[in-house]
Design a protein around this ligand. Structure first.
Ligand SMILES: Nc1ncnc2c1ncn2[C@@H]1O[C@H](COP(=O)(O)OP(=O)(O)OP(=O)(O)O)[C@@H](O)[C@H]1O
Length: 691
């Protein structure tokens, strides 16, 4: 662009040289006058002061003068003067010729004409001289004019050069200015963009500020409302304050009255404080007496238990059940007050019952300890033979006895367990004699068995002892021994698959490996544990094999206590054992069934091992201190080792069937129980550590 501009400027220069009239007049002082064209003279030499040869003067008349001027282009002085052919002269000569007829007359006419011409020439000469003078004056004037014009021209040329230089400068400036303008435009565009962004930002800020403002206004409105509310509250409060001021003054009056009463009370209070102090002392004395009494109670309780014997036997006979009668007989037992027994029907058949029932009597009504069984049979000679068997136990429960009555006798053992003894309660008897009913019981509160009741009792006693500074933790496990294999009734694994080992530590604690030990927090929790165990046993049963009858179950509750006040600690355990059915091999109907045979043999082995252990313990108690106790002969006795030794309190509940058909089994069980009952286990040791 710059080049094109320069090119244009150069072109303009050329044009200006060739066409000077077209130059634009640009003066420095801004006087933009159009330049006057310089008049080029035909002869430059004339312009330099040499006047050209002038033509001869001409007649002043128009066309004649023009012709004369053309004639003067030739050298003027040497040429003969010829009179111009003027129309007037021609006309005159024509007239003279026509009027003179001779040579004289012609010569005179020519002389006249010559004279006239001379005169005419003289006048022309003078006119020419006058013209020359005038022309010279004009030339001089023109010369001056020319000089003026030349000087103007020079000035103008100078001006033109200046103007061009100025124009060039201005064009350069223009280019620079254009560049600056472009830069300014770009800068301006950038600034504009920045400003637009700024504006947008500002607009956003304005919007935000407006939103803030709106929120503030809302807040303000709310504040105004709350101020209004507060104002009304304040006015209410002022009224209330007024009322209160009145009340305060009234109260002050009361206060001063009370102050005087208080002063009086203070006197009596210090009196009372003294009394309180002495009362506190008395309470502390009573508490320590109470603790001593508790220790004494424990001792006495233990003595009572010892006097009762550390192994005791209860005998319980279950009622006759509807299922015990032939299917077609609408039989109801007359023996039991239990809901599950058939004693309440008006249509009872006493004859049938008499025939089904064994002859069992309970002679002592107030403190029943005896049970008499009678049976009549025919001797070989055909004579009727009457047999009678009397057995004595620590307590005999007839079929009308309730679960609560049985537990009443057992509950003291729960107390012993909390006191830190190992307690073991067995249910022994043939299948269907009521062992599970006694230990676990039915689903109702009324029929709850010894396990839930004992646990409940343990919790109750533990709670009562809390006020004496004792704090207890309890946990339970529920095991089954089937065919000399231990199974976890609270576990998740498959039965008879997992191996569980029994360990006894020196502190008299027994543990079984890999079994689920559940922390017990409430007695109700035990019920759910019992139902879990029951469902696992049901799953393990087969049609041929009612597992609960063919296995021993051992529920163990471990209790550990700590007395923060005295620093004592104790650990006890309560084992509640539901033994497998004790019927003999031939009665069990095992026959050729190998599995059943194995079951029965395992049961018999473990039950006789139990008898042997108890007998050996009895002998040891009688003074044979080195007597070996064969605990390891069965899983059951090994598991219960610490609960069967002299260190524990044992109770066997012998369950009997009331049916005549089960008499022989009942006699076997009674004999076994008598053997156990006659055993003394020695003195139970409390597992308690002094602080
Ligand atoms: N004191 C009782 N009062 C009412 N019903 C009882 C009583 N004792 C047992 N029964 C009932 O007798 C039946 C057999 O009792 P249970 O199952 O307790 O016998 P078991 O000795 O545990 O038998 P198994 O060895 O087969 O387990 C059950 O239906 C039970 O409800």
């Amino acid at each position: 662009m710059l080049n094109s501009r320069k090119r244009k400027a150069a072109d303009d220069d050329q044009d200006n040289q060739t066409q000077p009239r077209k130059l634009p007049a640009i003066s420095e002082n801004g006087n933009n006058k159009p330049l006057r064209p310089s008049k080029v003279l035909p002869n430059r030499a004339a312009a330099k002061g040499k006047a050209p040869a002038l033509p001869a003067p001409k007649a002043t008349a128009g066309p004649a003068i023009r012709r004369t001027t053309r004639a003067t282009s030739a050298p003027a002085k040497n040429e003969p003067v010829r009179p111009p052919a003027r129309p007037t002269v021609v006309g005159t000569r024509g007239a003279a010729g026509r009027t003179t007829t001779g040579p004289l007359r012609g010569k005179a006419a020519e002389d006249a004409r010559f004279h006239a011409l001379q005169e005419q020439m003289t006048s022309i000469e003078s006119a020419r001289a006058a013209d020359a003078a005038r022309i010279a004056a004009i030339l001089e004037a023109e010369q001056r004019k020319l000089e003026g014009l030349q000087s103007d021209h020079q000035n103008l040329t100078q001006e033109l050069a200046d103007a061009r230089a100025q124009e060039l400068n201005q064009r350069r400036e223009l280019v620079t200015v254009n560049d600056e303008l472009e830069a300014l435009k770009r800068k301006h565009a950038n600034e504009l963009m920045v400003l637009e962004l700024e504006i947008k930002k500002k607009e956003r800020e304005i919007r935000e500020l407006k939103e803030d403002l709106r929120l503030c206004q809302e807040d303000l409105e709310r504040e105004r409302d709350s101020v209004k509310t507060l104002k009304s509250t304040v006015s209410q409060q002022s009224t209330a304050q007024l009322t209160l001021t009145t009340q305060v003054s009234a109260l002050q009056a009361q206060l001063s009255a009370l102050q005087s009463a208080l002063d009086m009370s203070c006197n009596s209070s210090s009196q009372l404080k003294l009394e309180l102090e002495s009362e506190r002392k008395r309470v502390a004395d009573l508490e320590s007496e109470n603790r001593a009494a508790e220790t004494l109670r424990r001792k006495l309780h233990n003595m009572v238990q010892e006097l009762k014997g550390n192994i005791r036997v209860f005998c319980r006979v279950r009622p006759v059940l509807a299922s015990d009668l032939p299917a077609n007989a609408l039989a109801k037992s007359i023996d039991s007050g239990n809901d599950e027994s058939p004693n309440s029907s008006p249509e009872r058949d006493d004859g049938l019952l008499e025939r089904v029932k064994a002859d069992i009597t309970y002679p002592d009504k107030l403190d029943p300890k005896e049970i008499i069984l009678r049976a009549s049979s025919e001797s070989a000679t055909g004579q009727e033979r009457k047999d009678e068997w009397t057995f004595t136990f620590d307590r005999v429960f007839d079929p009308r006895s309730t679960q609560a009555e049985v537990f009443e006798e057992i509950s003291l053992l729960a107390q012993s367990c909390v006191d830190g003894y190992n307690v073991c309660i067995f249910a022994y008897g043939q299948t269907g004699s009521g062992k599970s009913f006694t230990m676990e019981g039915g689903s109702t509160e009324y029929n709850a068995g010894m396990i839930p009741r004992a646990v409940e009792e343990v919790f109750k006693v533990a709670k009562e002892l809390e006020c004496k500074g004792w704090e207890y933790k309890m946990e339970g496990q529920f095991l089954e021994i089937y065919n000399e294999t231990i199974n976890d009734l609270l576990g998740k694994g498959e039965f008879d698959k997992k191996r569980h080992d029994i360990h006894h530590d020196k502190a008299g604690r027994t543990t079984v490996s890999d079994v689920n030990v559940v922390p017990l927090r409430s007695p109700t929790q035990v019920r759910s544990l019992l139902s879990i165990a029951q469902s696992r046993r049901t799953v393990a049963s087969t049609l041929m094999n009612e597992r609960s009858s063919r296995s021993h179950s051992v529920f163990t509750l471990r209790i550990s206590g700590e007395n923060a006040a005295t620093g004592e600690t104790c650990e006890g355990s309560l084992n509640l054992v539901d033994l497998a059915g004790s019927e003999r091999l031939e009665k069990s109907g095992a026959g050729n069934d190998k599995d059943r045979l194995k079951e029965t043999q395992s049961i018999n082995k473990s039950l006789s091992a139990l008898g042997d252990v108890i007998a050996a313990l009895g002998e040891k108690g009688d003074g044979k201190t080195d007597k070996h106790i064969p605990y390891r002969n069965s899983k059951l006795t090994y598991l219960l080792q610490n609960s069967l030794s002299g260190n524990s309190k044992t109770l066997m509940v012998l369950n009997l069937s009331p049916l005549a058909g089960h008499l022989n089994e009942s006699l076997c069980s009674l004999r076994f129980a008598t053997k156990v009952n006659n055993t003394t286990l020695g003195t139970a040791k409390k597992q308690i550590k002094a602080a």
